[in-house]
Design a protein around this ligand. Sequence first.
Ligand SMILES: Nc1ncnc2c1ncn2[C@@H]1O[C@H](COP(=O)(O)OP(=O)(O)OP(=O)(O)O)[C@@H](O)[C@H]1O
Ligand SMILES: [Mg+2]
Length: 349
Amino acid sequence: MARIEADDLRKVFRSPDKRPGLAGSLRHLVERRYSEKVAVDGISLRVDEGEAVAYVGPNGAGKSTTIKLLTGILVPTSGEVRVNGIVPHRNRVENARGIGVVFGQRTSLWWDLAVRDSLELLRDMHGLSTAEYWANLDRLVEMLGIGDLLSSTARRLSLGQRMRADLAAALLHDPPIVYLDEPTIGLDIEVKDRLRAFLRQIVAEGTTLVLTTHDLGEIEDVCSRLVIIDHGRIVHDGGLRQVIETYARERVMHVDLAARPVSLAGIATRLAGATVIEERDGLGVAVTFDPLAHTAGDVLTAIQAELQVVDLRIKEPAIEDVVRRVYAGQLIPGPDDSPDDSPDDSPVR
Ligand SMILES: Nc1ncnc2c1ncn2[C@@H]1O[C@H](COP(=O)(O)OP(=O)(O)OP(=O)(O)O)[C@@H](O)[C@H]1O
Ligand SMILES: [Mg+2]
């Protein structure tokens, strides 16, 4: 079942042009000029129940704007959006019951209230029964490790503590859909790990998650689908493994050698299509190969037939590499480049 349905969503921000030198009192006499910024430019997206979607793209791509449209904070300039079957910006109260939102750069806690008091206010706002409140709170306190923070004011919390308290606030009413916009920005590794584990757990329990982040490790850990946007448009949408398999299949085998080789040509001849380059001042070799064409065993055999190998490592492409290439404009899928293409003899990209 689709939890989130967006159809050709657009958001254009219009702001009055600044006209330097023109006296304020005269400004209304002249024609007003506006500049327009197309932040979201025709996004269509369907997210099913229980899916965990990573929504990534370079700075200014339109990620936060999309989240604001999906959560009903902004009204779209055109296009349709339905979340849990309702139009978020028209049914704000009903919408709020079905979603949890965290924007990493701000807090939804009341600064001068103890966290516990903020949570109690949210309990009342969501109309939770005492039993529901305690059941959800106990679980969140346990999973997020925030027992000690409940009596602090939000103002006194560190960034990592505040983020965990914010997540508890966003999830207190057990919403089926959770939007997180850069939830781990500025957090240390330990807190990030804790949050990742937490997110994995709520996804395993059936929560639908849309996660915006620049931390690509987080994506691999938590999400199964990757949507990449640039300039307000979706440039890729597909399974996470599939992206890697489609766009970055190649593996690199690095070997350390006992002695400098005379030539590497023999290896290249044995491994058609692979790239062989010297490393470590001649005491190493890197072979880039397509695992569909050669197994790692084939590659090692070919190298050992020519050279004496001391040690080896194999590097698989990370999602980082794929996304970096998309950001660099190198991987915009075209008609001949669809992820559905069966793996064939096409050159490794
Ligand atoms: N309220 C606004 N008024 C005018 N322009 C805006 C407004 N909000 C966002 N924009 C512009 O819309 C574009 C998309 O912004 P958005 O915040 O959605 O990007 P983002 O993908 O979240 O980027 P980041 O990775 O930096 O968070 C940017 O060019 C931004 O300057
Ligand atoms: Mg943003």
